[in-house]
Design a protein around this ligand. Structure first.
Ligand SMILES: [Ca+2]
Length: 196
């Protein structure tokens, strides 16, 4: 795990990158259907091709930049036909944060504010993954919840609960990957459910 100032800078850099991608899509990428979508798109990671923006499904600018190799893996699955296999082909440089997969969720008016997010993980390395949820105040990301998970060769559940603050109808779900060349992570069975 990274710690101290380096960790803060890493997270700041990641947030700026994600915020840029996120803001670039809003509102142009938001159709009326997306504005009322309450839950995750492709929670079972059945699509081997990532979405072109985080409001349309699982997204990663690291994948489009060639830093990640994304495939569907039918031999390692928690549910459905397969899991999403993510291999780190080219780690980010020190200080540039970690690669991530993300998805933006838009709440419909009157939707619940408290949620539980979970995902099943496997990893080829001991380096932990990080599950996190953010909202944005302008360009500034505000973390609502986070958890580090050291996944192994068996499916490991990661779960966090959070409350979407008043004045926000969108939040981002992020999964930060290990930053080691060749590290491989499998993702499956994500859930986003309202909690009282
Ligand atoms: Ca699946």
């Amino acid at each position: 795990m990274t710690s101290g100032i380096g960790f803060v800078m890493e997270r700041f850099a990641s947030r700026l990158l994600v915020a840029a991608a996120w803001l670039a899509c809003a509102p142009a990428c938001s159709s009326p259907a997306e504005r009322v979508r309450p839950l995750l798109i492709d929670p079972g990671f059945e699509n081997a091709v990532l979405a072109p923006s985080p409001v349309r499904g699982w997204y990663s600018d690291d994948a489009s930049a060639g830093r990640l190799r994304i495939t569907s893996d039918s031999s390692a699955r928690r549910e459905g036909a397969g899991s999403l296999r993510v291999e780190v082909v080219e780690p980010r440089d020190p200080g540039e944060g970690r690669a991530s997969l993300s998805q933006v969720v838009t709440l419909s008016p009157g939707a619940p504010r408290r949620y539980e997010l979970s995902v099943a993980l496997r990893a080829s390395v001991a380096e932990p993954l990080r599950l996190a949820v953010y909202v944005w105040d302008g360009n500034e990301a505000r973390e609502l919840a986070t958890q580090d998970v050291a996944a192994g060769s068996d499916w490991t559940p990661a779960t966090i609960r959070f409350e979407v603050p008043a004045g926000h109808d969108r939040f981002g779900v992020f999964l930060y990957l290990p930053n080691s060349q060749g590290a491989t992570v499998w993702l499956d069975a994500a859930r986003l459910e309202a909690r009282s």
